[in-house]
Design a protein around this ligand. Structure first.
Ligand SMILES: Cc1ncc(C[n+]2csc(CCOP(=O)(O)OP(=O)(O)O)c2C)c(N)n1
Ligand SMILES: [Mg+2]
Length: 367
C-alpha cells in the first residue's frame, strides 16, 4: 500500500526534520542558483510577453524545488517527457536560455524552426522530448520509451511528467497499467500544483491523494513535499534507482502550488482566493532551501545578489541575441519533413518562394 504521508526533509522554515540526502556542497549551491534562475527567468519572460515581444509563456513560479529536485538524480543518458512546466529540467541538463528564448520567438535560432507552440520546447542534446499540449500523453510516451529501453537492454530511465489535472485523462490509466504489467524503467512524476487552469484539485478527484491511485495498478506510489528540494531529491533518487536496477516503475506525487497564472494568458485572481496564495507564499521553496543553506554557511545575501545580477545579464544577452535573429527562411515550411521532397511539395515551395513574401508573421498571435 502507498504510504500517503508527505515525505519531508525540511520544515517550512528550512529546519531539518528528516534524513538529509548526501549532496556535495558545490551542488547544493548550484541547485539553489538554478532555482533562482528559474524564478528570475519567469519574471523576465512574463515581462517580455506583456511587452508583446513573445506571444506566450508558461510559468513555474512556486514549483522550482519540485522541478529541480526531479532533475538532479538523473543521468545525462536518461530521457525526460515534460508536461507543462518542466523547462527547468532541460535548463538543468544543459539547454541554454538563448535556445529557450529563440523557441519562444520561433526564429531561425529555434531548433524547432518555429513549428511548435511557444514554450513547447524540446532539446535533443539533453534528451528532452517536446512538450505535448495534449495533457496525459507524456506518461504514455515515457512508458513506451521505457519499454524500448528494456528491450534494448540499456539501463536508462525515462521520466514522464504530468499535472494533477492530467491524472484524470485516460492516458494516465494506460501508462500506469502498462508500465506495471511490463515492469519498465519509468518514473511518473506528478506535479500536483493544486490547479488545472481554474479547476481546483477538489473538483478533479475525491481520492485521498493522487499517489494512492498507484495502488490500483500495482506500482509504488510516493507523496512528497514538492516545495522541499531535499525531499524531492530523496524520493526521486529512490525511484530512479529502482527503475535503473530493474525494480520497475514508481509514481511520485509532488505536492506543490502554482503561484502564478496557468500561463501568460490567464488571470488567476478571477477564480482563486488570494488568502490561499498567501498561505503558500509561506512555503516558498527558495526561501526554505535558502534558510537551510544559510544555516550550513553555504549561502549569503552577497551570493544571491551576485547570482541575480549574473542571471539577469545572461537573460539580457540571450534576448538581445535572439531578437537580432531573422525568422526561419520561408522554405523551412517545406524542408526537413521528407528525406526526399515529393514533387508537389517542391512545386509549392517554388511557388511560395516566387511570391517573395517576407518571413516574419505579422498577424495577431493566435493564442
Ligand atoms: C487532453 C487535453 N484536454 C484539455 C486540455 C486543455 N488544458 C491545457 S492545460 C490544462 C490543465 C492542466 O492541468 P494540470 O494537469 O494540473 O497541469 P498544470 O497546468 O497545473 O501544470 C488543460 C485542461 C489539453 N491541453 N489537453
Ligand atoms: Mg495542476
Amino acid at each position: 500500500m502507498t504510504d500517503e504521508t508527505l515525505r519531508q526533509v525540511l520544515d517550512d522554515e528550512g529546519r531539518v526534520i528528516g534524513p538529509e540526502p548526501a549532496i556535495p556542497d558545490a551542488d547544493l549551491r548550484a541547485l539553489y542558483r538554478h532555482m533562482l534562475k528559474m524564478r528570475t527567468l519567469d519574471g523576465r519572460m512574463l515581462s517580455l510577453q506583456r511587452q508583446g515581444r513573445i506571444g506566450f509563456y508558461g510559468l513555474a513560479t512556486g514549483q522550482e524545488a519540485s522541478i529541480t529536485g526531479s532533475a538532479y538524480p538523473l543521468r545525462a543518458s536518461d530521457w525526460i517527457f515534460p508536461a507543462l512546466r518542466e523547462t527547468g529540467v532541460s535548463l538543468w541538463r544543459g539547454t541554454t536560455i538563448q535556445e529557450l528564448v529563440c523557441q519562444l520567438i520561433g526564429n531561425s535560432g529555434d531548433v524547432l524552426i518555429g513549428r511548435q507552440m511557444p514554450m513547447h520546447f524540446s532539446d535533443r542534446k539533453v534528451n528532452s522530448v517536446a512538450w505535448s499540449s495534449v495533457i496525459g500523453t507524456q506518461l504514455v510516451h515515457a512508458m513506451g520509451a521505457a519499454w524500448a529501453a528494456r528491450l534494448m537492454k540499456t539501463d536508462d530511465v525515462m521520466v514522464g511528467y504530468i499535472g494533477d489535472g492530467g491524472t484524470s485523462s485516460s492516458d494516465f490509466h494506460a501508462a500506469l497499467n502498462f508500465a506495471a504489467v511490463k515492469q519498465v524503467p519509468v518514473v511518473f512524476f506528478c506535479q500536483n500544483n493544486q490547479w488545472a487552469i481554474s479547476v481546483p484539485l477538489s473538483e478533479q478527484t475525491v481520492s485521498s491523494s493522487i499517489a494512492i491511485k498507484a495502488d490500483g495498478y500495482g506500482l509504488p506510489g510516493v507523496r512528497v513535499d514538492g516545495n522541499d528540494l531535499l525531499a524531492v531529491i530523496t524520493v526521486m533518487r529512490e525511484a530512479v534507482e529502482r527503475a535503473r536496477s530493474g525494480g520497475g516503475p514508481t509514481f511520485v506525487e509532488s505536492v506543490t502550488f502554482r503561484m502564478g497564472g496557468h500561463s501568460s494568458s490567464d488571470d488567476p485572481t478571477r477564480y482563486r482566493d488570494p488568502e490561499l496564495v498567501k498561505t503558500w507564499e509561506k512555503r516558498d521553496p527558495l526561501a526554505r532551501f535558502g534558510a537551510y543553506l544559510r544555516g550550513k554557511g553555504l549561502l549569503t545575501d552577497a551570493d544571491i545578489e551576485t547570482w541575480t545580477a549574473e542571471i539577469n545579464e545572461e537573460i539580457s544577452q540571450a534576448v538581445t541575441a535572439a531578437e537580432a535573429l531573422p525568422a526561419p527562411a520561408i522554405e523551412t515550411l517545406f524542408t526537413d519533413v521528407y528525406a526526399q521532397m515529393p514533387a508537389q511539395l517542391e512545386a509549392q515551395m517554388k511557388y511560395a518562394l516566387s511570391l517573395g513574401l517576407g518571413t516574419r508573421f505579422e498577424g495577431a498571435f493566435p493564442l
